[in-house]
Design a protein around this ligand. Structure first.
Ligand code: NAD
Length: 326
């Protein structure tokens, strides 16, 4: 039996993940769903944001649906989501940004770079080590090449090799692998790429880059489709997989039933595809499109529908289509 760990996390995670879970339960009542509680609230209650036993629970699942966690900018607090990505070795973070006339897949290296966690802070100086390894780069560029081959065969490598030695290594390894792989490829400085992708999104397909650049680029690119409430992601390793919206816990809107659950629903769709049900994933996307087409939208998209009500509309659409298809 397929077992899905459900992590709501903090903030709007408690609102958008239940919507996505209900859709999964409708499509796959035979799966087992079990909650894992981690995050900042858990730290406030117990002093521990994520215990080893929680990691073991996550590892016991076939896939993880994750909301978002709050990471307070405190020097002694370790980001829970970074820890999970690292210990589960979820090295490829896939962030699709799809709109009219463009279909971009940002492939972000997810375990090293500036988020390697090798840091020091004193009263007058702080350092964060940016680690790029051959092994880490080879596995992310190979994932990106594989994706490019499944899609249009076009790959862009984003880096800052003009300034950072670590990105000289990243760029050179990526270029060498791409040259041997028979895909069409180019490379760009990440700052120029960030503007060009907004101006000419149709010129991009798969974009591979290092950890922090991928993080920033996907938030920036979300502008093309209406914001963070729409973009899902997959965190994939050799053994484990975690699916989460690109957005965070959004404390500014949490608890008000106004968050857009589409990113969480699409993340559930990516989870289904990973679990072998691509048609189920397509059904979720087409139900979202149908609901939007009849003008049911959350506030960020100019509508007034609540988070839960949007979820109910998607569920009704899925049920209606099921009856229609029988
Ligand atoms: P955020 O993504 O939470 O919010 C940025 C802006 O986008 C906010 O104005 C928010 O209201 C809006 N927004 C986000 N999701 C939305 C949705 N579904 N519908 C409508 N509007 C939405 O980023 P932030 O404010 O920089 O960070 C808040 C907290 O989340 C921080 O503690 C941060 O560390 C954490 N965070 C966690 C993750 C994660 O768990 N993977 C990712 C990013 C940020």
């Amino acid at each position: 039996m397929i077992r899905i760990a459900i992590v709501e996390g903090d903030g709007i995670g408690h609102e958008v993940i239940p919507v996505a879970q209900k859709v999964l339960e409708l499509l796959h009542p035979e799966y087992e769903y079990f909650p894992v509680e981690v995050g900042y609230h858990r730290w406030e209650m117990t002093g521990c944001p994520c215990a080893d036993r929680d990691i073991a629970d996550l590892k016991s699942a076939d896939a993880i649906l994750f909301g978002a966690v709050t990471t307070p900018p405190m020097k002694d607090y370790q980001s829970v989501v970074l820890r999970i990505r690292k210990v589960l070795d979820l090295f490829a973070n896939l962030r699709p940004v799809k709109g009219i006339g463009f279909d971009i897949m940002i492939v972000r290296e997810n375990t090293e770079g500036l988020y390697s966690g090798i840091e020091e802070i004193s009263a007058d100086r702080a350092t964060t080590l940016r680690v790029v390894t051959r092994e880490g780069t080879e596995r992310i560029i190979r994932s990106a090449i594989q994706l490019a081959k499944q899609r249009s065969g076009k790959l862009t490598i984003g880096h800052k090799a003009n300034v950072l030695k670590s990105d000289v290594l990243f760029r050179d390894i990526c270029l060498a692998e791409a040259k041997d792989a028979g895909v069409s490829y180019n490379d760009k400085f990440i700052d120029a790429l960030a503007l060009d992708i907004l101006q000419h999104p149709a010129s991009y397909d798969v974009v591979v880059t290092t950890n922090i650049f991928g993080d920033i680029l996907s938030d920036t690119t979300s502008y093309l489709v209406g914001g963070l409430g729409l973009i899902p992601s997959a965190n994939i390793g050799d053994r484990y997989a975690l699916f989460e919206p690109v957005h965070g816990s959004a404390p500014d809107i949490a608890g008000r039933n106004i968050a857009n659950p589409i990113a969480a629903l699409r993340s559930a769709g990516m989870l289904l595809a990973y679990c072998g049900d691509s048609p189920g994933s397509n059904r979720i996307e087409s139900a979202i499109q149908d609901v939007l087409a009849i003008g049911i939208k959350t506030r960020d998209l100019g509508g007034s529908t609540g988070t839960q009500e949007f979820g109910e509309a998607v569920l009704s659409m899925l049920r209606r289509k099921e009856v229609h298809n029988r």
